[in-house]
Design a protein around this ligand. Structure first.
Ligand code: SAM
Length: 227
């Protein structure tokens, strides 16, 4: 039994292969924290040519993903995955954030829909729960945004990160309104720059205090809007 299911609809399923087959995302699937299924939209095509896109009415460049095929895919996946949240990836959507990742990590099932070319037939918007953008720029497709959302949600699932404390202290997390504190590793000195002595002192109280101070300073300097 998986903790969470993520279904992704795309016309380029191969784009996801290496991303989900490495590192923490791979282990999260092996430990049954998450089941990820990447589907080819073509599997729900309604005609013998397996058409998933068509030319836009009114003319103009590019192709538009078909509402009837997309709806068929959504209905089928919702049937198999009750309580799914259906998310359309689009540069026109609400801006994605760590807060949203935290909300999604508590859901049973997500369905992520990646567009391509000129995007979607406008009518698809009536059949999804949410339209999400990963930022104010335009990508060639929703595949990378779907990976961004899946990755940021999966690392918040219980047991996925080795150290349970690491997610709540991340930048933007609900446990903290601060950016993450500075981190150092060996060598102790590089190009005349030394690792702060307190981090080598073994005094955990002092280390905690130092990290909080530095996180506050960093936030004020880099992202004053957060503090
Ligand atoms: N013509 C569309 C528009 O003006 O909004 C842009 C289409 S874009 C080239 C193709 C697809 O990439 C979109 O349908 C969406 O799925 C995805 N995409 C591009 N940029 C995105 C972003 N910033 N956030 C989420 N999805 C994005």
């Amino acid at each position: 039994m998986f903790n969470m299911k993520i279904n992704i609809i795309t016309i380029f399923p191969a784009m996801f292969e290496s991303v989900f087959a490495q590192s923490i995302l791979k282990r999260a699937q092996e430990s049954a924290s998450v089941e990820i299924k990447v589907h080819n939209l073509r599997d729900w095509a309604l005609d013998k040519h397996k058409m998933v896109d068509d030319r836009p009415f009114g003319g103009g460049p590019g192709m538009v993903l078909k509402v009837d095929v997309l709806c068929h895919a959504i209905t089928d996946l919702k049937e198999k995955n009750k309580n799914s949240k259906v998310i359309l990836l689009s540069p026109q959507g609400e801006k994605y954030s760590q807060q949203k990742a935290e909300q999604f990590s508590k859901k049973e099932s997500l369905i992520l829909i990646a567009g391509h070319y000129e995007g979607f037939d406008e009518r698809i918007r009536d059949y999804v729960d949410l339209e999400l953008s990963i930022g104010d720029y335009v990508l060639t497709g929703g595949e990378i945004p779907a990976m961004v959302i899946a990755d940021s949600v999966i690392r918040l699932l219980p047991g996925v990160l080795g150290d349970e404390n690491s997610a709540p202290t991340d930048s933007f997390s609900a446990g903290s309104s601060l950016l993450g504190h500075p981190q150092y590793t060996r060598p102790e000195e590089f190009d005349g720059k030394k690792v702060p002595a307190v981090l080598k002192s073994g005094d955990h109280g002092e280390i905690k205090k130092w990290r909080e101070q530095k996180a506050r300073k960093k936030t004020q300097e880099k992202r004053p809007d957060l503090s």
